[in-house]
Design a protein around this ligand. Structure first.
Ligand SMILES: C[S@@+](CC[C@H](N)C(=O)[O-])C[C@H]1O[C@@H](n2cnc3c(N)ncnc32)[C@H](O)[C@@H]1O
Length: 107
């Protein structure tokens, strides 16, 4: 059984190519922003009191997957579901980011 995911917006960051993207947000002080589509903006009410938010997003440059892979910072092959490798059956990323009035700071 599959299910559809409905995008609610787009994350803008300085990183365009996946190979030039930090392995985790903690590795970077980069700033980005999240554009929420108009239909969902009302749902942002009361979010401004939080110092951090969790972003779930599509690894849109992922293509296929293997169940055993060598992580970026490891020499040993690992099970795909034990690591945060971006090429996975459901290529969904998770990043905790700090918020600011300007946008979002990746942490
Ligand atoms: C190890 S993953 C971790 C990302 C996230 N913090 C997580 O845990 O889900 C980060 C790596 O995914 C790759 N990546 C980043 N953006 C991507 C995209 N849009 N499509 C495919 N791969 C991407 C880059 O190689 C980056 O270094």
């Amino acid at each position: 059984m599959g299910f559809n995911v409905r995008p609610i917006g787009i994350i803008h960051s300085p990183f365009i190519e996946k190979d030039l993207t930090p392995i985790q947000p903690t590795c970077s002080q980069a700033e980005g922003s999240v554009e929420i589509y108009p239909d969902y903006v009302a749902g942002l009410k009361d979010l401004d009191g939080f110092s951090h938010i969790i972003l779930l997003y599509l690894f849109h440059q992922s293509n296929g997957y293997a169940l055993r892979v060598k992580p970026f910072l490891d020499h040993q092959e690992r099970g795909l579901f034990a690591i945060r490798y971006p090429a996975r059956p459901n290529p969904i990323g998770l990043s905790i980011v700090s918020t600011s009035r300007k946008g979002l700071n990746m942490v």
